[in-house]
Design a protein around this ligand. Sequence first.
Ligand SMILES: *Cc1c(COP(=O)(O)O)cnc(C)c1O
Length: 849
Amino acid sequence: MRISEYNVRPDLPQELKALEEIAYNLWWCWNDDALELFRSINPASWEKSRHNPIAVIGSLTREGYEKLMKDPVFMSRLEAVHKQFTEYMTLPRWFELEHAKKVEEKMHVAYFSAEYGIHESVKLYSGGLGVLSGDHCKSASDVGIPFSAIGLLYRNGYFHQYLNSDGWQQEYYPYNEFYNMPMRRALNPEGQEVCVEVMVENRTVKVNVWRMAVGKIELILLDTDVEGNSKEDRQITGQLYGGDSNMRLKQEIILGIAGYRAIRAMGRKATVYHINEGHPSFVNLERIRNYVSEGMEFRTAVEVVRKSTIFTTHTPVPAGFDIFGTDQVKKYLGPLFENCVLNINQLMGFGRVNPFDESEGFAMAVCGIKLSTYRNGVSRLHGEVSRKMFKNIWPNALENSIPVGHVTNGVHLPTFISEEFKTIYNRYIGENWYYKPYDFTIWSKAENIPDAALFKAKQRQREKLIAFARKHLKSQILQRGGTSGELVKADEVLNPDHLTIGFARRFATYKRGYLLFMDEQRLHQILNNADRPVQIIIAGKAHPKDNGGKEIIKKIFHICRKPMFRDKVVFIEDYDIEVAKYLAQGVDIWLNTPKRPMEASGTSGMKIAANGGLNLSILDGWWDEGYNGENGWAIGAGEEYEKETYQDHVESMELYDKLENEIIPLFYTRDRAGVPREWTRMMKQAIKTCAAFFNTSRMVMNYTDQYYVPVHELNSAFRANKHEEAKEYVLWKDSIIQSWDNVQFVDTKVEADDLKMESGVIFSAAVRTDAIQPENLSVCAIVEFDGASGEFKDPEFVELEFKNVENGVYSYSTKTTLKKAGKMKVAFAVLPRHKFIKERFELNQIKWA
Ligand SMILES: *Cc1c(COP(=O)(O)O)cnc(C)c1O
């Protein structure tokens, strides 16, 4: 029997077209009125579909439409939401106002990521990277950046989790019904559906292209589950991070190469390429291949690609990067590059630290780094860690000048702040927290929120979280085939008035989910103190192949079942964006215990702070930067340990101490009105200091000013006059590198009347070269005051001015004032200088005096 399937699309009457328009733009997922509008249509199908407006609309019959149209309350709500939506889509935003010229010049950012976490109903994410990419998109829309995001349309997304009766994680995969997702086929400028092709191994794979609207920006999704592709190829976009290394390689070919072809076919002309993590790095190779096939000289093409790309690493460990073997790359990518000037060895070089070392595989992150102008980590500490991690790519650079910066992550506040808190903020801070979340002066008004109102709002959120947890628990019990007695008990777990600690994250070993449970007896005393009871809610998945992570979950599961912890410690299965929101909004304390410096940034703690929760965390990732002594608690002081068991012991002890001696007493010390004044003071500190900075509006604006705009400008300069300047730059670079050996210092001097703070000092140097013009050299005095003798840690570069030339010797000097007292270390160095060199050590050339 052959069964054919057809999708019958709903055909809404004219009066309800606005509903469809809103449903097909994910803007609804951060607008509470829109969410309520869809829920009100049919609460049961809303729940059943995991809050999917398209499914809710699709479940309506003609009578259903009639009923809505006859409901004046519904219709006026629809009108109001549609008005908000139209305003959102048309009002000019920060970028359009501040960078009007860039809008005119048609700056356009193409953002590549392997996953996007936008809403629980759109299952194209696994965890932190996905949620961050989703938030990046939402904020790019909020601040008005011309922006397209590119990703894969996974048929099965990432796994759902449940635990068997022994607490062992079980996995099953969702099936994404594309017609129930808020997207449509992408169209080319002629209005035809876009389908691109790409060679994988020796086959041509067809890739359908879809478009999802996220406010003002678009998310472009690639799908190989296309008729005509082999069964195997149809599964390339099956599972997120599923399959073996060959599968990963194929997925990355689709993401980078088909992704680039898709945006071109759609008529998008990106001027800035933002690559997130190594996964999309093949886009660089495809762009080079494309330029070369259009007749551009190879090295010019490389430079053009480099000068339009930024690369962001989200991992602190090299083990997190994909590395493919030479044979593997040859097999899968070889045919694609067959008829191209680019040979496979040149290709391999981009993915190796040492291009000529045949034993090195192709590292996607190295390819991202080598073919970009700017690179960054995702918190201040991660910037440092990344400079260490990648220092062998620039063996001549000082460690702190390794050209990898940082932009600290954030969260999309309208997505993660509860309705209750939004109302409070609107009332006491003003609606500008929403429109200008990056403005510190607005957030400082958090002081005006009355303590009682703030605590009451939190109380309400905690109640909601507990109700949610109980409901969740009941469905978990049902799924496991539990008894009716268990079901009744589930309604009695947790207490809405008790201090609630949340802990939810991927159960990777370095996150140390077990730390809180190191001393069960002591934990028992803490939780079951009759006057000051405490409870814990836990959630998180382990990677399907990570048995260590699964063991931790199992251990916690069994602890939850012990009589002394029952009702007090609850594990919520299947951590996703919805669970994350309830936790972020409802818990009082958010616990995070990574092994420093393994947490690149982490963002869940930011969601907590924006909802008035307090962080209790190791000083790692964002908290190393966010903690100020008054807005939460630190475990440790940023130490790193050699011995793991010792570290676990010390840090778990401190964790218990902080809870017993500081946190719990503070929460339960109430005034006569029942308000914990000192606690609410800290809540306000957290709101004021964290929400104002750790949000994605600020983050996206940082990316724009630090990287997107400068890269757009570089790219414009390069593209003008048929890439004339790019060609010149390549020649210039060659000549500099060729004559660099002959650059040498003849003399250097530090002259001062007296070496006192505030007094003047003259740095001068004489340099000899055979062929380089003086303006092409950057001669610097490198000055540092603090730190150990004999090395530079984070020195200042004082640029000397060119004065004159005599007998082929260039003189440079400059006068500055000494800003500090103490031991001053000075060295002189010369580096290449060019208007297109944006980072001092970009060319990895330096000569020391
Ligand atoms: C915010 C969020 C994360 C990020 O969590 P961290 O532990 O801070 O990295 C992961 N998963 C989901 C579902 C989230 O909402």
